[in-house]
Ligand binder design. Sequence first.
Ligand code: ITT
Length: 198
Amino acid sequence: TALVLATRNQGKVTELRRILSGIEVAGLGPDAPEVPETEPTFEGNALLKARAIAAHTGLPSVADDSGLCVDALNGMPGILSARWSGRFGDAAPDKDRANLNLLLDQLADVAEPRRGAYFVCAAALVVPGGAEHVVEGRMYGRIIDAPRGTGGFGYDPVFVPDGDDRTTSELSPDEKDAISHRGVAFRKLAEIIPAAIS
Ligand code: ITT
């Protein structure tokens, strides 16, 4: 194994395997530690997760901390995006839908011109006993008022990226990767990875 993906989010795992194709990656084992996200920034939390898994496995590890920042909500849910509705963990399969419904409720009285939002992804690489890197990607767009599409995960069914009329759930996987916060961040990280882990 060249690299461990320090995430329990299956939507991220699917996308990261695609974006990092060509690099050998492994998922987390069942005994991997839970890492509390205690930092106030995406970068800080991505580094916390990558450091913890690098220490646990002794292998170079990459982590993704990401979220949706909504203009009319002053940047919320931001770093709280995964746990906004109060549901936690892998045992809550309806968590994504609960978060999405909360977002639609909060924006119910917000008119179209004020429904701007962007996704952020911080991508961290930690090599045991070696370097640490963290880079960021963003995708700008707006929140529509009812979910559309079946692809992606999380808030994708209500996010329409700038320059398109479809939600990121309605894009093909390749189309989403080409413009997404995660695609931008991890393509940057992929340029660093070969030298960093050799
Ligand atoms: P790990 O910490 O195990 O990686 P997590 O889901 O808890 O998993 P985050 O704290 O980074 O990860 O939360 C990211 C949340 O932001 C995610 O659960 C979605 O709700 C949302 N999100 C991030 N990227 C997204 C994307 O591409 N499309 C839709 N929603 C996204």
